[in-house]
Ligand binder design. Structure first.
Ligand code: HEM
Length: 214
């Protein structure tokens, strides 16, 4: 087996791990007194972890020079969406029994649900446009601009987490710091070539060039 497909397969299995763990726990009555809470927390945490993992791919490619890493990004993003769907399904099915009126009331009245719902909705166009055909249809530039929404989704997810915890905000703050670091990296990567080209335009022509043109 070639290294990239083999690694992709391992990553695929690893991404299914949290779901398999929940399934095994459910089979052995291991979800505790409040299974809905356990499922909500696990799927929510894995949505956020996988969103941040997706966002880490480009910085890791730049830092390590390993171009092949980009081939894992789509799978990570789609698994983030998959866990977000499970997270939302747990809430709307097991918590609200598909009562859409209750959902709308919650989105309107509970700020942490508003933030989570925003994060989830933002992921939908990204999942829909994740195929090669959609990339070709939208064109590289438009597709890239659209897919920057993943930052907004991750930010909404972090805010959702910070707002929902009652006392100890340490874990959500760690997620916030990771997201801040990733955003800072992106900002620096965007700014650096622009500053370099501006400095290049301002710096005086070398003496030899002046002599040649005289
Ligand atoms: C990008 C989208 C989302 C992300 C990243 C996310 C992430 C999280 C995280 C990390 C947790 C806490 C896990 C823990 O305490 O260990 C959580 C809990 C929760 N989320 Fe989400 N979530 C998202 C969308 C949603 C949506 C759309 C809803 C419902 C409309 C929702 C409802 C909840 C609820 C009810 C809890 C448990 C709150 C509690 O324990 O009091 N989330 N979510």
């Amino acid at each position: 087996m070639k290294p990239i497909p083999a690694l992709k397969f391992i990553l695929f299995l690893a991404c299914l791990g949290p779901l398999a763990r929940l399934g095994l726990k459910a089979l052995h009555d291991g979800l505790g007194a409040n299974p809905i809470e356990v499922i909500t927390h696990s799927t929510g945490t894995w949505t956020l972890v996988l969103l941040l993992a997706t966002l880490s791919v480009t910085p890791l490619r730049r830092l390590t020079g390993w171009l092949g890493i980009i081939r894992f990004r789509r799978m990570l993003g789609l698994f983030a969406f998959f866990y977000a769907c499970l997270h939302f399904l747990t809430y709307i099915w097991l918590d609200k029994f598909f009562d859409l009126h209750e959902l709308v009331k919650d989105v309107y009245k509970r700020p942490f649900i508003t933030a989570g719902f925003t994060g989830f909705i933002l992921l939908i166009p990204l999942a829909v446009t994740s195929t090669r055909r959609m990339i070709a249809r939208l064109g590289g530039r438009r597709w890239q601009s659209l897919h920057r929404l993943i930052y907004a989704s991750a930010a909404a997810g972090v805010v959702h987490y910070i707002w929902l915890v009652k006392a100890d905000v340490r874990v959500p703050l760690i997620f916030a710091c990771v997201l801040g670091g990733l955003l800072a990296f992106r900002a620096a990567a965007w700014l650096a070539p622009r500053l370099r080209s501006r400095r290049g335009r301002r710096s005086p022509a070398p003496v030899s060039a002046l002599r040649d043109s005289a």
